[in-house]
Design a protein around this ligand. Structure first.
Ligand code: ADP
Ligand code: MG
Length: 476
């Protein structure tokens, strides 16, 4: 147990824990930390608490503030990459040869580039995820796992979890700890970005279109941000790719209409996995990208969030290219990079293969996928690499140093899962929001944070995948 976290004697007091679990679940419901059920994902008749930890998890204060402080730099970096077509072409040139999904996204990107840019308002809502790597001396270093530039979720629910943990800690007799739980309001921060872009679009009737999945268990997370928009009298509609395909069209000025409503912003909460796309959906995506609607994200910003781009950014000199004359910014960003290695054909990639096969437990092998559950660890790395190491198929992956955070004991509360003390690892996410109008960054903010925690039995997977649960940092 880390210093100044929740003491073991509290964690082992079974009677107290049983009481606290009841209190915790009621508090989650009262505070609106909610999810629909697996059985009825498209109805709010019966809902449950979103999975969360019984206790907040210790996070060193300095590292936490470091993560918040670097966010506006990451916002600028993503935005700069999205405007640099020669960098994107080069960085993704090998990936798109062997990865169909990235290839299809890239075709849309090329199409839009050739047609000429249509919308000068750019809206980015992202989440940069980190784990804290243990150093030999007991300190920890902030290491980025990835940056999500599309459909970054849980900002809504994370705005309501602090009150739950504060309450649990008070009932547990730990008033002083409860005061150390920070306020957090990504809902407002993300909505601010959406509202700014909507205002710049400049049509009162035009709507924000949430492009959503077929199964909508996590709707409450969306609703928190959505309701912030309604408060500002900004109309929101929720539609699926199929709806856009059926009723969507562009008028002469390439304004996008869906169900007869002009769309100011398409906010993608879907569209990041191959399974999200039928041929019809690909066409709908292309139409939206070609349109005058603000896209959150646009196709170039989506591509800027790929794992291959992350790996290319870690090469010497690449950050300097994006931030000439700003060595401090370069240093702050680079300090958060874990080791990242190419698997492209050639001597450098061969070296990566040899390194991974020699010490598979020190690495993570990542395909160009989002949404959790796709990465490979340990023996799986060897199995897969042995199969692809001689062929260009290996270029569909990147290799990354495995970050080794310090495990902490906690209870993970999830509907239908028996209560047990788990050894847990946490991942800190920081939300970013920015709006660029032509050449001017008119908004660039850190929009709040998200702590997710999972049992160390799972090496991969997020909250939606049923592995991680919502948490709060207890600064130590
Ligand atoms: P996805 O896009 O599928 O979310 P991530 O890169 O975020 O992919 O990886 C998914 C999960 O795998 C992370 O939430 C984390 O738990 C684990 N993971 C990913 N990269 C690393 C790493 N370098 N070290 C340790 N764990 C990792
Ligand atoms: Mg992730």
């Amino acid at each position: 147990m880390a210093a100044k976290g929740i003491p073991e004697d509290v964690l082992m007091d079974n009677d107290l824990i049983k009481d606290l679990v009841d209190v915790a679940k009621d508090s989650a419901l009262l505070n609106g930390v909610l999810m629909r059920t697996k059985e009825t994902p498209n109805s709010s008749e019966v809902v449950t608490y979103a999975p969360f930890t019984l206790f907040p998890s210790p996070v060193p204060k300095d590292t936490f503030h470091q993560a918040l402080a670097v966010q506006t730099h990451y916002n600028r970096l993503v935005d700069k990459i999205s405007q640099d077509s020669s960098f994107l072409e080069e960085a993704l040139s090998t990936t798109i040869k062997v990865d169909d999904f990235t290839g299809r996204l890239f075709n849309i990107y090329r199409h839009v580039l050739q047609e000429g840019k249509t919308q000068s308002i750019v809206l980015g809502l992202n989440r940069s995820d980190y784990m804290l790597d243990q150093n030999g001396d007991g300190s920890a270093s902030l290491k980025q796992i990835e940056i999500n530039t599309i459909a970054a979720s849980f900002g809504g629910l994370a705005s309501h979890t602090p009150n739950v943990h504060r309450h649990i800690l008070k009932v547990a007799g730990r008033l002083e700890d409860s005061k150390r739980i920070l306020d957090n309001n990504p809902s407002a921060g993300l909505a601010k970005g959406l509202a700014k872009a909507w205002e710049l679009y400049g049509s009162e009737r035009a709507v924000v279109l949430y492009l959503v999945e077929e199964l909508q268990r996590n709707i409450f997370d969306h609703r928190y941000v959505e309701n912030e928009l309604w408060k500002r009298n900004i109309p929101v509609i929720r539609r699926q790719f199929e709806d856009v395909a059926k009723t969507g069209f562009l008028d002469q000025d390439k304004r996008l209409f869906v169900d007869g409503r002009e769309v100011a912003i398409v906010y993608f909460r879907n569209g990041y996995m191959p399974q999200n796309y039928t041929e019809q959906n690909w066409e709908a995506r292309l139409m939206m990208e070609r349109s005058m609607a603000v896209k959150c994200p646009d196709i170039s910003t989506h591509l800027a969030g790929t794992k291959k781009v992350q790996q290319e950014l870690a090469r010497p000199g690449v950050l300097e290219r994006f931030f000439p004359g700003e060595p401090d910014v370069v240093d702050q960003i680079r300090a958060t990079f874990a080791g990242l290695y190419t698997l492209d054909m050639g001597p450098e990639g061969d070296k990566t293969v040899a390194m991974a096969l020699a010490k598979p437990d020190q690495f993570v092998l990542k395909p160009q996928r989002e949404g959790g559950g796709n990465n490979l660890y340990g023996a799986e790395i060897c199995q897969v690499l042995e199969g692809v190491k001689q062929s260009t198929e290996r270029m569909a992956y990147i290799l990354m140093d495995k970050v080794q955070p310090r495990p902490v004991h906690n209870y993970l509360l999830r509907l239908g899962t028996p209560l047990k003390l788990s050894t847990c690892l946490s991942e800190l996410g920081v939300f970013g929001a920015y709006v660029r109008h032509g050449q001017d960054m008119v908004l660039n903010e850190c929009a709040g944070h998200l702590l997710r925690t999972k049992s160390d039995e799972h090496s991969d997977g997020g909250v939606a995948a049923g592995v991680a649960v919502l948490d709060n940092p207890l600064l130590v």
